[in-house]
Ligand binder design. Structure first.
Ligand SMILES: Cc1cc2nc3c(=O)[nH]c(=O)nc-3n(C[C@H](O)[C@H](O)[C@H](O)COP(=O)(O)O)c2cc1C
Ligand SMILES: *[C@@H]1O[C@H](CO)[C@@H](O)[C@H](O)[C@H]1NC(C)=O
Ligand SMILES: *[C@@H]1O[C@H](CO)[C@@H](O)[C@H](O)[C@H]1NC(C)=O
Ligand SMILES: *[C@@H]1O[C@H](CO)[C@@H](O)[C@H](O)[C@H]1NC(C)=O
Length: 379
């Protein structure tokens, strides 16, 4: 290229970028607490079942760094807080020294690309079976009601109802996992309070049938979640803590009779702990893989919550831009599109065609196929 052509080329790139951020609110900067994000396209937490023996593997270095951008936010796949936290094959943990060490090179690689990386910390509760539990014991849960056998193709064991005096130790596991995440180099943690796992099991009245201070009233059902938030925020600082909720969903038979009241109560109650963000799954994701019509909106939750509001679930570029422009969200998390398009923010910027995701390889154990082999744009 000659000098003039180079100048014109660079000029063209700058104009394209400037145009993209005018027409794409998703590509505008946003200040999230102490983090200066360069755009609003977040990698949603995505379980990939490729962490053999619950230990993160070297192939995750490539997977996450492919999706990292300068000052872009990434959330890890759900990561177990203890040896009772698992319910699926080859999901990672962060309760042992070995796991913490294994996360370090993954976090480093994301940081080398300028990414901001949060670890999603998780306990499945009753979404498990005795085969995943130490000594073949029953999974733990706020209830002893089991999930309908065979639901979502899984084998679910009847859970053991936690005694009231066992709950502080479980909260402590979340606190220690958050401490470990910071030790591994993560910028913060996202508490997984969504999708029918243990925190959601406490929150929702379809599951929670307790009669102690962790069950019954809305306030009591939210107590477990809020005690975890408090413990984690005290441990690592509320400015490094987010929480994910799926108030409106009923995955794993975990629904609520009044999701609007539940969501609003949580959004208000979280303000007390000054946490960084609230990440909510769109009510339209009532079925796992499709958008459905719904009378519900997360807007009241967003209005009530003082921190950053992340919305997720069924987004494409256009409605993601709309959600930002209309004030429905500060950031938008993309799951399946980001899984299949490692350079998703760039594709949005250039209005490029997207790779299609392959559902059949979401959860296979292959270290490459359906994982790090989705192609980048060729520019
Ligand atoms: C393969 C796969 C794994 C997922 N794993 C998690 C997870 O570990 N934690 C979580 O909170 N949500 C998980 N989800 C839900 C996504 O974060 C997201 O909410 C959902 O895919 C809807 O968003 P999308 O339409 O952008 O994909 C998963 C979704 C997929 C497709
Ligand atoms: C973010 O930007 C502000 C100015 O708006 C600056 O003071 C701060 O140091 C920046 N933070 C980081 C982590 O770069
Ligand atoms: C992997 O984990 C996910 C949980 O997000 C689960 O739905 C899926 O069935 C698991 N895959 C296998 C092979 O166990
Ligand atoms: C949340 O923000 C509102 C309005 O700005 C303010 O009145 C309230 O005190 C804040 N709550 C907390 C707990 O910081």
């Amino acid at each position: 290229m000659g000098v003039l052509e180079t100048i014109i080329f660079i000029f063209h790139i700058h104009i394209t970028r400037a145009m993209a951020s005018i027409t794409n609110p998703l590509l505008t900067p946003y200040k999230m607490g102490n983090f200066n994000l360069s755009h609003r396209v977040v990698l949603a937490p995505l379980t990939r079942n490729r962490s053999y023996g619950n230990v993160p593997q070297p192939h995750a270095i490539l997977y996450y760094s492919q999706r990292a951008t300068e000052c872009g936010l990434l959330v890890t796949e759900a990561t177990g807080v203890s040896d009772t936290a698992q319910g699926y094959v080859e999901t990672p943990g962060i309760w042992t020294k070995e796991q913490v060490e294994a996360w370090k090179p993954i976090v480093n690689a994301v940081h080398e690309k300028g990414g901001i990386f949060f670890c999603q910390i998780w306990h499945v509760g009753r979404v498990s079976n005795t085969g995943f539990q130490p000594n073949g014991e029953a999974p733990i849960s706020p209830t002893d009601k089991e999930i309908t056998p065979g639901l979502a193709g899984g084998e679910w064991s009847r859970p053991r109802r936690l005694k009231t005096d066992e709950i502080p130790a479980l909260i402590n596991d979340f606190r220690l996992a958050a401490r470990n995440a910071i030790e591994a180099g993560f910028d913060g943690v996202e508490i997984h309070g969504a999708n029918g796992y243990i925190i959601d099991q406490f929150l929702k009245d379809q599951v929670n049938d307790r009669t102690d201070q962790y069950g019954g009233s809305l306030e009591n059902r939210c107590r477990f979640a809020l005690e975890i938030v408090e413990a984690v925020a005290n441990e690592i600082g509320g400015d490094k803590v987010g929480i994910r909720l799926s108030t409106f969903a009923d995955y794993m038979e975990c629904g609520d009779s009044n999701p609007e009241a539940l969501g609003l109560y949580m959004a208000n109650a979280l303000n007390k702990y000054n946490i960084l963000y609230l990440h909510v799954i769109e009510p339209r994701m009532i079925q796992v893989w499709e958008n459905s019509e719904t009378p519900y909106s997360t807007l009241p939750m967003k209005k009530a919550f003082n921190g950053t509001f992340i919305s997720a679930g069924g987004y494409k570029k256009d409605d993601g831009n709309k959600a930002i422009a209309n004030g429905n969200a500060d950031l938008v998390a993309f799951g399946r599109l980001f899984l299949a398009n490692p350079d998703l923010p760039k594709r949005f910027e250039l209005d490029a065609i997207l790779n299609k995701y392959d559902r059949d390889t979401f959860y296979i154990q292959d270290p490459v196929v359906g994982y790090t082999d989705y192609p980048f744009l060729e520019v």
